[in-house]
Design a protein around this ligand. Structure first.
Ligand code: 8YV
Length: 316
């Protein structure tokens, strides 16, 4: 087990499995050397550990990588597939929570809600008067969702309630929605003023939101990112905000978390959250339980509940 998330949630893994806790080892490398030959399941409950072929080489009996989280960009799933190792993630159970957070972050950004609260807490309401009228509003905005998967659709559903027109960018047109579909992200950015980024962090999506996209989005533009830091070219974003090429951003995810680029910290019209998209007790418990249920499937010889597409299940 790579991290402490299941322990924090008080979800019991020790009754069903012999658990080696990498995060509690004085010398994690030594622990892998000592027990790696016996390990059948890698329970990935940490942040950011790279699970690649080199690590898999050290775990010759590995059958399952059970990831805590829907995004599994830190796992080389193609390599796992070559070795007949199943990778599971935690889809569905977090979609509504992340969509709620995305809309909250959007509202915080356009209505400057965190800055307004700081104004009140700093005593400025009494000493200096009302907080300023926000140049931005959610009303009148047009939203482009980058990646209309399960979470993207939950976000779109909420945007409909807010009355904002929706478009989406992705690889494939969805047959169950009528929103305008774009295969060219610059073209979509030109047509909307708000991007909500919710696509997986892959080699293909790295720096997808680049200078060209930001220029196309324009001076009222807002970028909300609840996906992965890697999807946004962070330097291009900082430059675009500083030069007022776009108006601002709301970021729940960033490059090099949790060591945030100091230039991001200086931006006033930007809201930064510490990767809390799914982070309620209720949702994290559901995610943790799904991780455990996937692991129990190996123990009982049944099919895992949520294998990722790269590693479809046939048999253990
Ligand atoms: C993380 C997430 O899993 O599901 C995802 O892809 O980004 C989060 O829910 C969480 O930070 C635990 O690592």
């Amino acid at each position: 087990m790579t991290g402490g998330l299941l322990d924090q949630l008080k979800l019991d893994v020790d009754s069903d499995f012999d658990v080696h806790r990498v995060s509690q080892a004085n010398d994690p490398e030594k622990l892998v050397d000592e027990v790696g030959g016996d390990v059948e399941i890698l329970c990935n409950t940490g942040h950011g550990l790279k699970i690649d072929g080199a690590l898999m080489d050290r775990l010759p009996k590995l059958k399952l990588i059970a990831n805590f989280g829907v995004g599994y960009d830190t796992i080389d799933a193609a390599e796992a597939s070559r070795r007949n190792i199943i990778v599971t993630n935690t889809p569905e159970v977090l979609s509504d929570e992340v969509a709620d957070t995305a809309l909250g972050l959007l509202l915080m950004t356009v209505r400057e809600l965190s800055a307004a609260e700081r104004w009140l807490r700093d005593g400025k309401w009494a000493s200096e008067g009302d907080y300023r009228l926000t140049p931005m509003s959610l009303q009148g905005r047009s939203i482009g969702i980058v990646g209309l998967g399960r979470i993207g659709k939950a976000i779109a559903h909420r945007c409909e309630a807010f009355g904002t027109p929706i478009s989406y960018f992705g690889r494939t047109k969805k047959s169950d929605v009528a929103y305008p579909f774009y295969t060219d992200i610059v073209e979509m950015a030109r047509a909307v003023d708000t991007l909500i980024v919710v696509t997986p962090g892959t080699a293909e999506t790295k720096n997808l939101i680049n200078q060209d996209v930001l220029e196309a989005l324009g001076s009222d533009g807002v970028v909300i990112n609840v996906a992965r830091g890697s999807v946004v070219d962070e330097n291009a974003l900082i430059t675009a905000i500083n030069s007022q090429t776009i108006a601002g951003a709301g970021l729940d995810v960033m490059w090099n978390e949790p060591n945030i680029n100091p230039e991001l910290m200086k931006l006033e019209n930007t809201v930064l959250l510490p990767h809390v998209g799914s982070a309620s007790l209720r949702t994290r418990r559901a995610m943790g339980q799904l991780v455990i249920d996937n692991m129990k499937a190996l123990k009982t010889g049944t099919a895992p509940l949520t294998p990722v597409p790269e590693t479809p299940f046939a048999e253990w």
